[in-house]
Design a protein around this ligand. Structure first.
Ligand code: GLP
Length: 236
């Protein structure tokens, strides 16, 4: 595990963007596992900036996202598809058809879970997975529970997660109660992992996840077992 302490959010974002850009420069055909939330926005902005300067080319890159709210389609401005388009994909030259986000409006969600696992397999797995972390230790939407959920699955969001995400929706009532998320197995099978965390409110959970016991009650704690994990954080 490599742990990099950043000076501030801008520094964390640049360092994370450096890791992602190195991946794409060295292996232009990389499959990037991408994440949503407020934490990666700065890294995406930095990558767009470097793309505009001609430093990175995403034309051969593919991406798979971790999760999506159930009930929201890609045109809903709170969906993770919309987030990815507006915060990243629209600013770079990745081909939209090479970007994948679970479909939160699929008529058969169980079938959608299977399809997403097959899709990741058919892409040859994930080369570099970017991860944020929730206050309860969730990664993607893998919430604390009795066991690590291995494959793509449907989750009932924790009260704490709904509260934390209410800021984007305007009120708690508007936050969808369910989501579809990539499982722990697909995340752990990524060749490299990059976990980013920002703000004093993330300090305790990051310490628990990285140095505490490995337990499904803190889903991110499983990352301790990954052979190539880089963590960039800033707790200021
Ligand atoms: C959401 C996402 C996670 C993300 C987490 C933290 O619940 N599903 O992938 O890591 O929020 O978000 P933030 O970066 O806004 O703290």
């Amino acid at each position: 595990m490599r742990i990099i302490e950043a000076k501030d959010y801008a520094d964390m974002s640049r360092k994370a963007a450096n890791v992602i850009s190195a991946q794409v420069i060295l292996e232009p055909r990389s499959v990037l596992g991408l994440a949503t939330g407020s934490t990666p926005i700065g890294a995406y902005k930095q990558l767009i900036d470097w793309y505009n300067k001609g430093d990175i080319d995403f034309s051969q890159t593919k991406s798979v996202n971790l999760d999506e709210y159930i009930g929201l389609d890609g045109s809903n401005d709170q969906s993770y598809r919309y987030f990815m388009n507006t915060n990243f994909f629209d600013g770079i030259n990745i081909k939209k058809e090479n970007t994948f986000v679970p479909n939160g409006k699929a008529p058969d969600m169980e079938a959608e879970c299977k399809r997403y696992d097959e899709l990741i397999k058919s892409l040859g797995g994930i080369d570099l997975q970017l991860l944020g972390i929730g206050h309860d230790g969730h990664i993607g939407f893998n919430e604390p529970g009795a066991a690590f959920e291995k494959t793509t699955h449907i989750v009932e969001l924790e009260e704490a997660t709904i509260k934390a995400n209410a800021r984007f929706f305007g009120s708690e009532e508007k936050v969808p109660k369910k989501a579809i998320t990539m499982g722990i197995k697909s995340i752990m099978q990524a060749k490299k992992l990059l976990l980013i965390a920002n703000g004093p409110d993330k300090k305790d959970i990051v310490e628990k996840a990285l140095h505490g016991p490995v337990t499904p009650m803190v889903p991110a704690s499983i990352l301790q077992f990954h052979p190539n994990l880089t963590v960039v954080y800033c707790f200021n």
